[in-house]
Write a protein that binds this ligand. Sequence first.
Ligand SMILES: Cc1cc2nc3c(=O)[nH]c(=O)nc-3n(C[C@H](O)[C@H](O)[C@H](O)COP(=O)(O)OP(=O)(O)OC[C@H]3O[C@@H](n4cnc5c(N)ncnc54)[C@H](O)[C@@H]3O)c2cc1C
Length: 432
Amino acid sequence: MMMGEAKTGRSGSHVVVVGAGIVGVTVALELRRRGYEVSVLTSAEAGSVDAASYGNAGWLNPGSVVPHSMPGMWKKLPGYLLDTSGPLRIRIAALPGAWSWLLKFVACGATKARVQRIAAALRPFLNDSVARHMALATAAGVAELIEGKGLLVVYPDEQAFAADALGWQLRRANGVCWTTLDRAGLLALCPGLSEDYRYGALIEGGGHCTDPGVYVTALAQYAQRRGVRFLTTRVDGFAVASGVLRGVSHAGGVIPCEKAVVAAGIATRELALALGDRIPLFSERGYHVQVPAMAGAPSVPVMMSDRKFGITPMRAGLRAAGQVEFAPRGASPDWRRARVLLDCLAKGLPNMTARNRNAVQRWWGNRPSTPDCLPVIGFSPSVSGVLYASGHGHLGLASAPWTAELVGRMADGEHVAEAAPYDPARFRHFRI
Ligand SMILES: Cc1cc2nc3c(=O)[nH]c(=O)nc-3n(C[C@H](O)[C@H](O)[C@H](O)COP(=O)(O)OP(=O)(O)OC[C@H]3O[C@@H](n4cnc5c(N)ncnc54)[C@H](O)[C@@H]3O)c2cc1C
């Protein structure tokens, strides 16, 4: 766990963490706890609006063991290319850069056996994520930012729930517990819920963060109090001699270090290429809209199963987030996606007023996603001393504490057998 006094045995051993999103900051805290000298180099300050960690939906969902690639998905892809308002949008211009990623993505979830393996590999990141975040938030003095009241998934009716049977089987097989609810049960948790939803499941072990951006900032401040140094600068390369890391390079020169952890979100792909590693991250772009709190709002986060988006009660209002867009790298955001989310929110919560609609804040960010739905955690195959902690896709907030623990154990020299599915070397033959 993250708490407790820093050990002193590794003082003098300097680790540079690249990136101050939720993953980088959590890794830095864990390395510091283990006694390392830690510096975080980040192109934008912790909690910045530019990072995926700022604008996510805040879900800490043990039920997310179900991968986004599931059997039969390939049949839906042609529709996604044509439908501009569906839950997954692929811009035609993205295809040249994304096709090999997409093929592997579809293949990784093509059979029941494959999704069972993915779910089992995701389980340790998610099963006690709420408890781990509560411990972190408490240590950082922001316990109020993590709630553990459960997560609600709503369906039009019981038949629609039954049609999702494979997903619920995967959850049950991985220790996820839930209570099914009828319309009255749903209304007790979300009084303003549309009549379109009459059945659902409350995932009891789930929780959420009520302000992900503020949370990352608070964790970074806590890390600073514990002796982690932060420098806002863009890392542009690495100093390597005879295949061994010597330092991390930025505009101000090279910072010497014994180890580096690359936790730069979507930018990990380019930094890895500079090291000679292939980490095929593609951005599954996501958007959010946030509106002021309203009558009938849910007391727990709600997933609309049919429209594939979640509504999260945040400190500053209601956030609707989710859905996926594949766009060419560097392309401008398509704010029609935010409009789609706003329309979905209004359909889910018909009480929404013009006041809510007119006070909407909107945001977009890059999910750093791998084509096999698993994160990339482990040593670089090319350069000794470099570790990766990235590729968490839809699950980076929930997964950060367990990721940090794995990285800490690896940095200590432990052979972490259970981390084999996340080995960066698995992509060494992937075309990017
Ligand atoms: C709409 C949406 C909803 C989501 N909902 C959830 C959810 O409910 N639950 C969940 O668990 N996850 C969710 N996610 C996913 C989650 O937000 C991400 O997986 C997670 O934030 C990734 O964190 P990160 O630290 O790896 O990357 P980021 O948060 O993107 O941070 C990357 C960091 O690297 C830095 N950096 C980049 N390049 C360089 C460089 N060259 N030099 C130095 N620093 C650099 C950046 O400044 C930044 O500090 C969602 C994502 C989106 C977009």
